[in-house]
Design a protein around this ligand. Structure first.
Ligand code: FUB
Length: 342
């Protein structure tokens, strides 16, 4: 193991810090934390932020990540291990740059790491790598998942064992370039530029039995307002930007996501893993740093929000993972977390 840091849930209470929660680790910058409990231990799959010059001037090009390093801990608040790189860019034949936010799943002693990267044409695709340990090493499939595109894969396991991948991100995540079903760079660098039209929606596809491909063509995940109308492109406080995550609580499916340029983690609820999901509110108010990205996981009957911020650097591409307790109210709403309020 490359490192093991003790962490506390809260930042020091001597008044020196305005942050409510402490970084999980300080010896590496781990962002976009996707947390899971595998065999009784908590594993966090995140982006490994580094400070390198960008290769191009596309949106998001400052995020140049080249490998994945898994964090693990036996309990929330316990010592956190920083494992050696589990997958490196040079070991992914199809990938050229930018290993962005990953996720993982586990079945029958195999671990599956899902990750986005730009291919040699500069197009984001989603790949999968497998291994027999939760922290890796992982071996990448030679090609990206057929029919995959954009960024931020998140894999949800339903009670019947079916696994669904949610993905997509606008702006630097290129989702706006896929409206025709084919990659179209003429669709620009932001979104549809139609504030009164339905917003770009995230995507979902059930995974195949071997967990290496999609079992179906990805479909849109509809995010609705409380009148049943799709959220609009101009509804910046509520529309989807990136960082999809799904969890199930008390029979409801919760779809949570980043609103990007308005910097919240929002959530919507529904009755099916495919949606539609109706907007309910805010999970996490803005953190320090432009991006916000999270996961929600149950550990021994309590629920936790893993998220990131730039407390240690104040630089938007050098982020640290944190964890906060998350509460579902009796009516199913999620109590909003403010990362600055103790
Ligand atoms: O880490 C790179 C990108 O920043 C992620 O893919 C987005 O979700 C945002 O957190």
């Amino acid at each position: 193991l490359a490192g093991c840091a003790s962490t506390s849930l809260e930042s020091p209470s001597d008044g020196a810090s305005t942050f409510r929660h402490a970084p999980l680790v300080r010896e590496a910058f781990i962002a976009d934390p996707s947390a899971h409990v595998f065999d009784g231990r908590i594993y966090v799959y995140g982006s490994h932020d580094v400070d390198e010059p960008p290769r191009d001037d596309e949106p998001g090009s400052a995020f140049v990540m080249r490998d994945y390093r898994v964090l693990s801990m036996d309990r929330i608040g316990g010592p956190v291990m920083v494992h050696p790189p589990g997958l490196r860019l040079e070991d992914v034949p199809w990938a050229d740059r930018q290993l962005w936010a990953p996720d993982a799943t586990h079945r029958d002693g195999r671990y599956y790491l899902y990750f986005p990267a730009k291919d040699h044409d500069g197009i984001f695709r989603i790949g999968v790598a497998t291994g027999d340990r939760p922290e890796g090493p992982f071996t990448a499939q030679p090609e990206p998942i057929p029919g995959s595109y954009s960024i931020d894969p998140a894999v949800f396991v339903d009670d019947d064992g079916a696994r669904y991948m949610y993905f997509g991100g606008i702006h630097g995540g290129q989702l706006q370039r896929w409206v025709s079903g084919r990659y179209d760079p003429a669709m620009g660098e932001t979104d549809l530029q139609q504030p009164d039209a339905p917003a770009l929606m995230p995507r979902v596809a059930r995974l195949s039995a071997d967990l290496l491909t999609f079992a179906e063509t990805p479909r849109e995940v509809m995010l609705l307002d409380d009148t049943g109308a799709p959220l609009l492109g101009g509804d910046l406080d509520r529309r989807f930007f990136e960082a999809a995550w799904v969890h199930r609580h008390d029979g409801r499916y919760y779809f949570s996501y980043s609103t990007g340029d308005t910097h919240t983690i929002a959530y919507a609820t529904g009755d099916s893993p495919y949606g539609p999901f109706t907007y309910r509110g805010v999970v996490l108010t803005p953190v320090q740093g432009w991006t916000t990205h999270h996961s929600i996981v149950e550990v021994d009957g309590r629920w936790w929000l893993f998220y990131h911020d730039t407390e240690l650097t104040d630089r938007t591409h050098l982020r640290s993972a944190k964890v906060a307790e998350l509460v579902h109210e009796a009516d199913g709403r999620i109590r909003t977390i403010d990362p600055f309020v103790r």
